[in-house]
Design a protein around this ligand. Structure first.
Ligand SMILES: [Zn+2]
Length: 132
């Protein structure tokens, strides 16, 4: 179980990045923030949504919506040159699939090339009429 503290920390730096972006434009209001969250970050969507709500309350971003898109893990194998989806390990306790670091083809250790990061893909805003 996670108490969501990690998500709060992650969300707080995401919001900083969003505001950084907003400063470059004449933005009246932010409508949507689309986040891409890699499977390997183990960040919970519910916790992220909760953190977003808490952290934007009473700020310039209050009332905007958060959308989360999950990014699957993609791996690359230095031994057999396999590149693609990771092998999954079934976790009986949590009833979930967890990506493993073993190559689905040869079983050797792979490198993760996708699915490790959490980033803002797009921000939908209402812009000021004044064109810069
Ligand atoms: Zn391999």
């Amino acid at each position: 179980m996670t108490n969501g503290m990690h998500e709060v920390a992650v969300m707080s730096s995401i919001l900083e990045a969003v505001r950084e972006e907003l400063r470059k434009h004449h933005v009246l209001k932010v409508e949507e923030v689309l986040l891409v969250v890699g499977e390997m970050t183990f960040l919970g969507a519910d916790q992220l949504n909760f953190a977003f709500e808490v952290l934007t309350k009473g700020t310039d971003l209050e009332g905007s919506s958060l959308f989360i898109e999950k990014e699957e893990v993609e791996v690359s194998c230095p031994s057999c040159q396999y590149r693609g989806q990771a092998a999954y390990h079934e976790d009986e306790m949590y009833h979930s699939h967890i990506p493993t670091l073993n190559c689905p083809v040869c079983g050797k250790r792979v490198e993760i090339i996708k699915g490790k990061s959490c980033m803002v893909r797009s921000i939908k805003v209402v812009e000021d009429d004044v064109q810069a």
